[in-house]
Design a binder for this molecule. Structure first.
Ligand code: RAT
Ligand code: ZN
Length: 424
């Protein structure tokens, strides 16, 4: 079927280049969400991954206050100068900006930010958005929609539904991380939710009415935005079964609502928020989680579907094993600090070796529209490398695969397996 390994690698790579993707977790919004949809050169440069990197190099006189008080383009300028001019853009996030410019046809060799800015200023969003989807070869993306965020909520309440290549996900972190303000928001939206009160034996608990109202809130919002799944991120201390309040919210509100609607619940575990609050979104750390709490959840609800990604590299093997022993678990993505070529490669090999193709290799987590271009370009390259090795191993054992079979497998780990899991 192919003459040598090199030729085979190029076949797999060209198939990967053509595979269209379901990007199952992003922070993008449709144009109807107005300014919430971030795009363009300044947004690319002030991506929070690059903000954090800037402060690893900048002098003390660039204080956090000074940086945050600057305009977006001043922030972009300073990041460009520090990370792209004074040194080479070798980090994954910095390289990503260069790949994005290059794929858009811009001349990166000149390193001329003003001409790049000029080009972006000439783009019209209604033409630019489909162009980005086309370059990145994306079928659809899944957003992160937070009904506790007044801005996001307002768009849903006032605007027409998003185009069908922008699918929604109902993000419910505030229920777990800040129930006082979550209760305030729900009350403000007409739900009779009282903050939990302290019971001496049981710790904090919601009254029955409040928990019913939280469930009603989730169901009503789902009717409005039609999410593909519920989602929440958790710290490494995620303690389902031990933390009474968290367990109660999951058991009595989230799971019943997810069951009623037939929706999966996505858990993203391991981000320690606010390790350096001065950095805002960029100031989170990572920690190893105790995944026995996750196993308990998976065991308790064998008919509820769970989508899970974990942030700590040290948790990846254990999660992959859980993906094998629990049929109600679908593992996805190389999240945030794992979204680096060396770790993606390691995780993808490990997952294929334990799960075959029943997982989702990656999500982009794009916050800026244009990032779809580089995130998927880089991922495609790594996945084709891993798949080439795996098919070569099979070939040595006498098993040949056709182009169609390779294309089928590639699409499976880039969206197909997720879709099948959601349909179950
Ligand atoms: O990866 C990121 O950009 C993080 O800031 C988070 O948004 C994370 O992905 C999340 O969804 O909480
Ligand atoms: Zn995210």
């Amino acid at each position: 079927m192919y003459e040598n390994q090199k030729q085979f690698a190029s076949i797999v790579s060209s198939i990967l280049q053509e595979t269209t993707i379901a990007d199952i977790h992003t922070h993008l919004f449709p144009p109807s969400h107005g300014e919430m949809l971030l795009w363009g050169v300044d947004e690319l440069l002030r991506y929070h991954y690059l903000v954090a990197e800037l402060f690893t190099t900048a002098d003390w006189d660039l204080t956090y206050e000074k940086f945050w008080s600057m305009s977006k383009s001043q922030q972009a300028d300073i990041i460009w100068e520090h990370l792209f001019i004074n040194r080479s853009p070798l980090s994954e996030a910095a390289r990503g900006v260069i790949t994005t410019f290059q794929k858009l046809g811009l001349d990166v060799k000149k390193r001329d930010l003003s001409s790049i800015r000029k080009w972006f200023s000439q783009q019209k969003l209604d033409e630019y958005l489909p162009k980005v989807f086309e370059i990145a070869k994306i079928d659809y993306i899944i957003m992160t929609n937070n009904p506790f965020d007044p801005k996001d909520a307002k768009y849903w309440q006032e605007h027409a539904a998003a185009p069908d290549y922008f699918k929604s996900a109902l993000r419910i972190d505030p229920l777990f991380e800040d129930w006082q303000s979550a209760a305030d928001v729900m009350t403000g939206q007409g739900y009779d939710v009282r903050p939990p009160s302290k019971d001496t034996d049981e710790g904090y608990q919601f009254d029955k009415k409040s928990i019913d109202e939280i469930r009603r809130f989730l169901i009503d919002w789902s009717k409005l935005i039609k999410p593909v799944y519920f989602a929440a991120s958790f710290s490494p201390d995620f303690a389902y079964g031990k933390d009474k309040l968290l367990t109660e919210i999951i058991d009595r509100a989230v799971i019943p609502a997810a069951t009623e609607l037939g929706l999966p619940f996505a858990l993203m575990i391991g981000a320690r928020r606010g390790v350096n609050p001065e950095l805002r979104d960029a100031g989170a750390g990572v920690g190893t989680a105790d995944l026995t709490c996750l196993s308990e959840l998976l065991r308790n609800y064998p008919k509820v579907k769970f989508l899970v990604t974990v942030l700590a590299r040290t948790n990846q093997h254990e999660l992959t094993v859980l993906g094998r022993v629990f049929r109600n678990l679908h593992i996805f993505g190389c999240w945030w600090y794992c979204n680096n070529p060396s770790i993606i490669e390691e995780m993808t090999r490990q997952r294929i070796e334990l799960l075959g193709t029943s997982f989702t290799a990656q999500h982009s987590d794009a916050r800026v529209l244009d990032q779809l271009i580089y995130k998927w370009d880089h991922t495609r390259e790594i996945i084709s490398k891993v798949l080439t090795d795996k098919y070569n191993d099979l070939y040595k054992s006498g098993w040949e695969v056709s182009r169609e079979q390779i294309a089928r497998d590639a699409r499976t780990i880039l969206g197909g397996s997720f879709e099948e899991f959601c349909r179950k």
